[in-house]
Each structure stands twice: as structure tokens, then as C-alpha cells.
Design a protein around this ligand. Structure first.
Ligand SMILES: Nc1ncnc2c1ncn2[C@@H]1O[C@H](COP(=O)(O)OP(=O)(O)OP(=O)(O)O)[C@@H](O)[C@H]1O
Length: 589
């Protein structure tokens, strides 16, 4: 399907939505209103949990904060619902920023557990504060008015709800297709990967968390003025779980999954409410919970990815948008060949009583490939982690381009010009090759969330895309730019990681066992690429096990054993050193 056809289909969908009030019964429109209101909250959850990887059970609390804020302001203080919208959104954003700042550093399921805690706390707060009507809630909330026209009927508020849904969907899609959106998509790759790209994962998580809360706030505002009544029950943690179910049914990783999931679960809930009283009069409330619990488990077991990816398999693929590709990002002036660029002086790292790196000193010079080798447990990986900032030094000093980086965080080191790859490839499998390499340009570009959402970033994005295409060409993967990273064989995935690292325009490339797991043809291709990069003036530090690969490629080698530096020199010198033969080569030379 071409882009034009896709836009025509989308326009037809919007037209159908616009005609719905003329075609459907008022009851169906009320259901559609609920679907739209749920979809807004679920859209936030998709961004937060499905795409950003932060599982939240507490999204209903944010819906509630905005709903109560507008209810109180309009009923008790007599303000317009539009003031209620502004205050509701600001208040929800503030609460989310504070909660996020406190909880988002928690790893793994501790974050999810904390979302349950504040979900419950908010529910009890609503139910116990006399000003908020306690468990009776606040009633007689006025309808929203536009230019003196009150949106008091289902049909009239319908348009407002769906305008909010469509605008939020489009803006969220814009975000995901921008510099910061790619950072959100990278979060699931873990802290070490995101930091290695110069991204501050905590900041990205916090902003995503606030955006998700703001979408919930819009949902809460519309809910309050559509229902004209708020009470604690619709903002309970169980509703937060229902939102999660909607996201999972629709497709957690897809923005459109929010609408599909909200629609399927709302329609199902409605039909359950029709037939459960017939099966079991008097117990339908409890049975509904059981039916949804069973559904949740079934979805987890059978269709974890949701409906949207299933449907996408049958629908024609939309042609990828051609890269914007114009102009170029600023390139760094590479240091003069032969100048020391990385100096390690007396680096020491202990793990308890074990000296993993023991007073190691060496230099990497501009334009050379330096190999760091040693037998298993010699301390190479620890040394690698010290250089890239993944581990702090106990003693010693590391300087890069004359700057002391010993105490720098990983992302500062990345931004200073050291780009790395990983022994176990760290790629987001569902990102295209182009997007993967674009991630590498993060530290060289500056468009923020706001610019991304409003598409004010296109000029910079065009330069970044041109750069990403150039790096893909450099590693020989340009013709596969729109394929998914997960579909590549391991050898190509390693090349892709190198392209991503090169997109950061580093002065030093550090590679962690790049030949591990590669077939000999792939190794030859990799060696050829590294030689070409050296010829262009790039400096490379290679931590590698594969002796043939290292010795045929590097200018100099540093050998480590038992945490200490054993010797250093050209491959010929190192090969003939008896200490090395004894410790590592076992007489191979
Ligand atoms: N996080 C850690 N906690 C405790 N000990 C560690 C830790 N990381 C590494 N070590 C120990 O430090 C020593 C050096 O390990 P390191 O992984 O740096 O060696 P290596 O040369 O990279 O080995 P390999 O080639 O097997 O990866 C080993 O004895 C290892 O068990």
C-alpha cells in the first residue's frame, strides 16, 4: 500500500467516525464515547508500558486526579470546565512528575508494585476527603460548552472526545518517529545500552511517564463532563488493570492497539453485562470480574502481542517513508594520527577481595587499532567497563582527548566521543535498521519532545537520516534500511551495531568481542570494515578472544593476565613473548 492509499484509508476511517452519530443509535454513540475516553488513557499506557517498558497498574489514578480536579472546580468553585481542563492537566502533570521522580529509579517489578501502591492511595484519598464528597463523589458536574453550545448529549460530546483521540494518536505517532521517541523505544534495551548512546534514560522515562499521565488527564476531564458525576470507583486499581487488559488485547506495542483494545474490551464488557444476569441473576457483578480475569490469563497465554500485530499480518504493508536525507550533521575534527587519545594510568578495580584490574596502564593512539587480549578471567571485560564508564574505578585515572573521564557517567563518556558495541548484541529487534542507526545520532542532535510531537524537528531529522543512511552504506547495509533489526543474521547485527556507533561520530570505537559467534566469511567482512575505518583515521580498541582475528588486524596489542598487564607491543613482538605463550597462546605462536 502506498502512503497516499494509507492516507485515503485513514481519511475514510475519520469520515466514518464523523458520520457515526447519524448512522448509529444513541446507545451505540454512548458506547463509542466510553471507547474514546478509555482509548486516551490506554494510549498513555501503550507509550509507557508497551513501548517504554514501564509497567503501570496505576493509570486510573491519573484519570481520577483530573476528573476530580475539574469536578471540584466546576461544581464547588463555579469555574468553567475549560479552567477545569487546564488545572486538571497541570495538577496531573505535577503529581506524575513527583511520583515519577521518586519511583522511576526503581528497577524491575518494584516500579510496577509502586504503581499499585499509589493507585490504592489515590483511591482511598478520593473516598475519604470530605471536600471531594467521600465515597458519594461529586454530582451535577456541568457539561462542557463551546461558544455557548453545551455538549450535554452523547452525540454532541462524541465529536470532542474523538477529536481528542485522533489528535493524541497523531501526536503520539509523531513523537515515536522523532529523536526522543526513538529514545523511548530504546528504553527496553536497558540502561547500559541507552546510556552508551548518550541518552539519559531517567529523563526519558520521566517525560514519558508524565505524557502518559497527561493523556489520562484528558480522559478524566472528558469522563467527568460526560458522566456529570465522579466517585472513587472508576479510578480504582482494578480499573487500572482493565486498562492494561485493553492495551494487551489491542497490542501493547502499537498506538492503534489502544483504540482496538478499548473497543474490544468495552463491547465485550457491555455484552457480558447483557447475558450474565440471564445466566446468574444477582451475581453478575462478581461474575464479570471472573470473566475478565479469565480473559486476562487467556490473552497472556495465547495472544500476548494483541490483535493489531495479528491484523497487520493480513493487511497490505504500508510502503516505508523514504528517508528525508538532506544536509549533514556536524562532524568532529579527528585528532592527528599517532597522538595519544585514550590514556589509562594505574587503573584498578576490585570486586571484594578480588583484584579484577590491577594497576593497568596503556594508551590508545589516534588512527590505530589496539587489541586488548588475555585468557578467560584476565580482566578484559572489567577494563572495558571502566573505560566506558559502566563501572567506576577504585584507583587510577582514565583520560580521553586530554579530559579526565574517570568519574564521568556512561552517557557523558559516550558524548565525549567514545562509542561502543556489545559482546551480546544489544539492538531493539522491532526497530528498522534506519531507526537503529538514527539512535546513534542522539548525542549529535538536540530536538526535544515538544519539537518531535509538533514535527518542528524535520530539518534536523533530515540531516540525521542522511547521516544514518551514510553509516548504513559504510557497513554495507543501506539496501536493507527498512528491514527490522531482529531479522538480520548475527554477523549483520554486529555490523549494524557498528553503524549505530559510527553514527555518533566517535573519535574512539571500542568493540567488545566483535568476532564472537561469527562465521569465517563474516569475520573477514568485519576485519575488512575495521581496516577501512582505520584508513579513514578512526581509532579502535578491540577486546577480543579470537587470536587469528586480532593478530591479523591490530597495530598493537596489550595482553592482560590475572588482572595485570603482562606485556604490550606489535602482534609479532607479543606472539614471540614467552610469558604470553605460557599464559595465553599455549605455544600456538
Ligand atoms: N561484577 C563482578 N563481581 C565479582 N567479580 C567479578 C565481577 N565481574 C568480573 N569479576 C571477576 O573479575 C575477574 C575478571 O573478569 P573479567 O570478566 O573482566 O575477565 P575477562 O578477561 O573479560 O574474561 P572473559 O574473557 O572470560 O570474559 C574474574 O575473576 C571475574 O570472575
Amino acid at each position: 500500500m502506498t502512503r497516499l492509499q494509507f492516507h485515503l484509508v485513514a481519511a475514510a476511517g475519520v469520515l466514518l467516525l464523523a458520520l457515526a452519530p447519524a448512522l448509529l443509535s444513541p446507545f451505540s454513540i454512548t458506547l463509542m464515547n466510553f471507547i474514546g475516553i478509555y482509548a486516551l488513557a490506554v494510549l498513555g499506557l501503550v507509550l509507557l508500558s508497551g513501548i517504554g517498558g514501564m509497567l503501570s497498574f496505576g493509570q486510573a489514578a491519573f484519570v481520577g486526579i483530573a476528573a476530580y480536579a475539574t469536578a471540584w472546580l466546576t461544581v464547588k468553585a463555579g469555574y468553567s470546565p475549560w479552567i477545569g481542563l487546564v488545572v486538571g492537566v497541570v495538577l496531573t502533570g505535577l503529581v506524575a512528575a513527583i511520583l515519577g521522580a521518586v519511583t522511576l529509579r526503581l528497577g524491575g517489578h518494584f516500579l510496577s508494585l509502586s504503581t499499585i501502591a499509589w493507585g490504592l492511595a489515590t483511591y482511598f484519598l478520593f473516598g475519604n476527603v470530605p471536600m471531594l464528597g467521600q465515597y458519594n463523589g461529586i454530582s451535577e458536574i456541568p457539561p462542557i460548552s463551546i461558544g455557548g453550545y453545551a455538549l450535554s448529549s452523547s452525540n454532541s460530546i462524541y465529536y470532542l472526545i474523538w477529536v481528542f483521540v485522533i489528535v493524541s494518536l497523531v501526536l503520539s505517532a509523531n513523537l515515536l518517529d522523532s529523536r526522543e521517541g526513538r529514545a523511548v523505544r530504546a528504553l527496553r534495551g536497558g540502561q547500559v545500552m541507552t546510556e552508551s548512546l548518550g541518552i539519559n534514560p531517567f529523563r526519558v522515562k520521566l517525560i514519558t511517564f508524565v505524557i502518559a499521565a497527561l493523556l489520562s488527564a484528558l480522559s478524566g476531564w472528558l469522563y467527568a463532563h460526560m458522566s456529570r458525576f465522579v466517585s472513587p470507583a472508576p479510578f480504582d486499581v482494578s480499573v487500572g488493570i482493565l486498562y492494561l487488559l485493553m492495551a494487551m488485547v489491542g497490542g501493547m506495542a502499537y498506538l492503534s492497539g489502544a483504540i482496538v483494545g478499548a473497543a474490544v474490551v468495552t463491547l465485550l464488557k457491555n455484552s457480558i453485562q447483557d447475558w450474565l444476569p440471564v445466566i446468574s441473576p444477582g451475581a453478575s457483578g462478581q461474575l464479570e470480574v471472573i470473566v475478565f480475569s479469565v480473559l486476562f490469563i487467556l490473552v497472556l497465554q495465547r495472544a500476548r502481542a494483541g490483535i493489531v500485530p495479528l491484523a497487520l499480518r493480513w493487511l497490505p504493508r504500508v510502503q516505508p517513508t523514504p528517508p528525508l536525507a538532506s544536509g549533514s550533521l556536524v562532524h568532529r575534527q579527528q585528532p592527528e594520527r599517532g597522538q595519544p587519545i585514550l590514556t589509562i594510568a594505574g587503573a584498578t578495580r576490585r570486586f571484594g577481595g578480588l583484584l579484577a584490574v590491577d594497576n593497568v596502564s596503556f594508551e590508545v593512539k589516534a588512527g590505530e587499532i589496539l587489541g586488548l587480549i588475555g585468557p578467560n578471567g584476565a580482566g578484559k571485560t572489567t577494563m572495558f567497563n571502566l573505560i566506558t564508564g559502566a563501572l567506576p574505578l577504585n584507583q587510577g585515572r582514565i583520560s580521553f582527548l586530554g579530559q579526565d573521564i574517570s568519574r564521568h557517567a556512561q552517557r557523558q563518556i559516550a558524548r565525549a566521543g567514545i562509542a561502543r558495541t556489545f559482546q551480546h548484541v544489544k539492538l531493539r529487534k522491532t526497530m528498522t535498521l534506519l531507526d537503529t542507526v538514527l539512535l546513534g545520532t542522539y548525542g549529535r542532535t538536540s530536538s526535544g519532545f515538544f519539537a518531535g510531537v509538533l514535527r518542528l524537528d524535520r530539518a534536523e531529522e533530515a540531516r540525521a537520516q542522511a547521516e544514518a543512511m551514510r553509516q548504513l552504506q559504510r557497513v554495507g547495509l543501506a539496501d536493507r534500511a527498512f528491514e527490522l533489526a531482529g531479522n538480520l543474521p548475527l554477523g549483520n547485527q554486529r555490523l549494524l551495531e557498528i553503524a549505530r556507533a559510527l553514527a555518533a561520530d566517535p573519535a574512539l570505537l571500542v568493540l567488545d568481542e566483535p568476532a564472537a559467534g561469527l562465521r569465517s566469511a563474516e569475520k573477514a567482512e568485519l576485519a575488512h570494515l575495521l581496516e577501512a575505518l582505520r584508513a579513514e583515521g578512526l581509532s579502535i580498541l578491540l577486546v577480543e578472544h579470537d587470536m587469528d582475528f586480532v593478530m591479523g588486524l591490530v597495530d598493537r596489542t596489550v595482553v592482560m593476565d590475572f588482572g595485570a598487564k603482562l606485556c604490550e607491543g606489535t602482534p609479532a613482538v607479543v606472539r614471540s613473548d614467552p610469558r604470553v605463550q605460557e599464559a595465553y597462546l599455549g605455544g600456538v605462536a
